[in-house]
Design a binder for this molecule. Structure first.
Ligand SMILES: Cc1cc2nc3c(=O)[nH]c(=O)nc-3n(C[C@H](O)[C@H](O)[C@H](O)COP(=O)(O)OP(=O)(O)OC[C@H]3O[C@@H](n4cnc5c(N)ncnc54)[C@H](O)[C@@H]3O)c2cc1C
Length: 651
């Protein structure tokens, strides 16, 4: 087999190495437009887990890489004049140039033909008629552009600006610096990759970048400005340039990664924000999967399809984590008022893949500090989800809620024993709040939908509400939907719901007449309901994540707050859950933005499965309540069980 790779970065070189190692008879040629030592940037980071994969794939390369590593366990955070240190994170850093040298030498040793200073076009390579063409040509892939109509790339250029610098500060830990200046907030991601050399990536919002005059700065002026800003942090050390141009991070996603005998690997196919340090890992793991598929499958077409099928879910999951992480750094300004320990916790759990249990294991002092904060200083502090909270004057015993769950079967709109058992069972199961399914405020709902338009319907609801109040510590909220879109019907229904004794009223914008409605209609409905729902009881609105651009949702939330809403409930349901390939806690990023930018309580609903996830989002101040659907439907005693598992007695 003859394989030609366009690009001699980590992906192209490592693929060549692995193929030659497993099948020395195959011919591999790598074209690289740069000289061997000509590279941008300074260091790259790997986690311990990545190293395990590399060891299994080629012990030779792995041994060389680990010999050259700088290792560290700690993360240090500089914020608001405080320095916080978190332990228990295994990382390694290596100079990009060193990594490439190792790969180049190994490739040469195994007989990979690497042609440097050769800028090739796809057509040139096609003319050579190889069996497989590997597009390993990096983030600005020319092959991807040439095949755009079949590969269907989507390049999402993010708003923040960043520059990749070096410094001589001998960082002892992976270091984050958050520096407030009159121009705005700067973030630094810094780590040592070699004795006497550290990576120093500076990131900020575009407006901060412009205000500091960095939009007009060349490399030397960038160094001069940043040296001044970080003078105390650099403590006499220097910043070093290496093609240090200000850039915006492009998140690359592609509809498919192969076409005919051409296959995309590494940054050409997908990127993951540098704040989770995984680009090189992904590139090298792609090479492993492609090698496996090329050697195992009977023909190239099947091999490329197999490669993509195997890699895509892993890459999408990592990209979802990277997306959550880059959004954290894009919006760090909103966390600057959190107490330092909670700020650190939020940073550590930013990818939404780190549970509270994992923070407890890795860094017990940080976990305890945040638990104590949430408990208002009380010790021993309960686990995050078991802290009480007051929402719009309503006291809830803990942060767990039952999400609206459609039971239906309400004959004539009148709820009966099924609703009593279902809602009553979850309330006695220990959650702080149970929500009803959508209750129709007027006509036009599907048959079986519970209603609250007549006296007999109100009386039936009163029985459920009284059971919850008499037999549990839980509060009960009604979710109202108007299928005919009538704000007056909602206001009427709210009045009846107040009479039935509901503690909280929620307006549903996901189904019924307000589904797809604009901000005006939603605000009008809120005003009408607020006027008829008792002033001392909280009003909530349920918004569907992804129903409108995030910026619009945040602006809407501000209007809802001003109109008297106390709780914005973000539901990630249906498409929103699967859209980014299975990101964890899909409602959390929007709830986080709304809570921390607007200053209003938020709840999340959708794809929450474990109590460890609940604890992490509460502890990180991403939301105030977490609503469970399936987890509570299958297990009414979820709250008691979660408490029992950690030896905590629910009061
Ligand atoms: C600021 C920043 C920090 C980062 N930090 C980390 C980190 O800590 N850890 C980590 O794992 N990753 C990190 N990355 C990502 C990492 O650099 C990339 O993900 C990784 O290099 C991808 O490898 P690749 O082989 O796919 O592409 P590249 O390394 O970009 O290699 C592509 C190669 O193709 C060559 N090429 C392109 N076109 C042609 C052509 N027409 N002909 C011949 N040659 C061509 C290029 O010269 C280049 O050498 C970071 C990225 C940035 C921007």
């Amino acid at each position: 087999m003859r394989i030609v790779s366009i690009g001699g970065g980590p992906a192209g070189l490592y693929l060549g190495i692995l193929v030659k190692l497993a099948a020395p008879k195959h011919q591999v040629t790598v074209f690289e437009r740069n000289k061997p030592d000509d590279t941008f940037g300074f260091g790259v980071v790997f986690s311990d887990a990545t190293l395990g994969h590399l060891e299994a794939a080629d012990p030779g390369t792995h041994a060389e890489i680990t010999r050259q590593f700088a290792r560290w366990d700690d993360i240090e955070i500089h914020v608001r004049g405080e320095t916080l240190r978190s332990t228990g994170h295994g990382f390694c850093g290596i100079e990009r140039r060193t990594l490439l040298r190792i790969l180049q030498a190994r490739a040469r040793e195994l007989g990979v033909e690497v042609v440097y200073e050769k800028d090739v076009k796809l057509a040139d390579v096609q003319a050579m008629r190889p069996d497989v063409i590997v597009a390993a040509d990096g983030v600005a892939s020319g092959v991807r552009d040439a095949l755009a109509s079949s590969i269907k790339p989507n390049v999402d250029v993010r708003p923040n600006k960043f520059v990749w610098l070096g410094s001589t500060v001998p960082y002892r830990a992976f270091t984050f610096i958050f520096k407030e200046t009159p121009h705005g907030l700067f973030r630094v991601h810094a780590y040592k990759y070699v004795e006497g050399g550290s990576t120093f990536i500076v990131e900020c919002r575009a407006e901060t970048w412009r205000a500091a005059g960095l939009d007009r700065a060349d490399e030397d002026q960038t160094i001069a400005t940043l040296s001044q800003i970080f003078e105390p942090e650099l403590a006499g050390h220097k910043l070093i340039k290496n093609r240090s141009i200000w850039r915006s991070f492009p998140t690359v996603r592609c509809g498919t990664w192969h076409h005919d005998n051409i296959v995309l690997v590494g940054d050409a196919a997908h990127t993951a924000h540098f704040s989770i340090g995984s680009g090189t890992k992904l590139a090298m793991e792609d090479a492993i999967a492609l090698r496996d598929a090329l050697l195992a499958e009977p023909d190239v077409e099947t091999a490329l399809a197999t490669y993509e099928m195997r890699r895509r879910p892993e890459v999408l999951a990592l990209q979802a984590a990277a997306q959550a992480s880059l959004e954290w750094f894009e919006g760090t300004e909103r966390y600057m008022n959190l107490p330092p320990a909670q700020f650190a916790y939020s940073l550590m759990t930013r990818s939404l893949r780190v549970s509270h249990a994992s923070v407890v294991r890795r860094d017990p002092p940080l976990a305890r500090a945040v638990e104590k904060l949430l408990a208002g200083g009380a010790e021993p502090a309960p686990p995050p989800m078991f802290n009480p909270i007051v929402v719009g004057g309503l006291s809830l015993a803990n942060r767990l809620a039952l999400a609206p769950w459609t039971l239906g079967g309400a004959e004539g709109g009148v709820v009966g024993d099924a609703h009593l058992v279902f809602l009553g069972g979850r309330a006695t199961g220990g959650v702080g709040l149970v929500m009803t399914e959508t209750v129709a405020a007027g006509q036009g709902a599907p048959a079986g939908t519970p209603m609250i338009t007549s006296d007999d319907q109100v009386v039936a609801w009163k029985r459920v509400v009284e059971f919850v109040h008499d037999r549990s510590a839980a509060k009960i909220g009604v979710q109202l939907g108007a299928w005919d879109g009538d704000a007056a019907a909602l206001a009427d229904a709210a009045q009846r719901a107040a009479f039935a004794g509901f503690d909280l009223c929620q307006i549903q914008t996901g189904t019924g007449g307000l589904a797809g409605a604009g901000a005006e209609a939603i605000v009008a409905a809120v005003r009408a309901v607020r006027a008829s729902w008792p002033a001392d009881r909280p009003l909530s609105v349920r918004l569907v994540a992804g129903a409108r651009p995030a910026d619009d949702a945040v602006a809407l939330a501000a209007r809802l707050r001003d109109a008297g809403v106390s709780l914005v409930w973000i539901a990630a349901v249906g498409e929103a859950v699967g859209a980014d390939g299975g990101g964890r806690l899909p409602a959390a990023p929007l709830a986080d933005r709304i809570r921390n930018e607007i200053g209003i309580a938020t709840a999340i609903e959708g794809a929450v499965a474990s109590s460890a996830d609940v604890d992490a989002v509460i502890a990180a101040a991403r939301c105030d309540l977490v609503a469970l659907d399936r987890a509570l439907v299958y297990d009414p005693g979820f709250a008691h069980r979660a408490a029992e598992a950690i030896g905590y007695a629910v009061p």
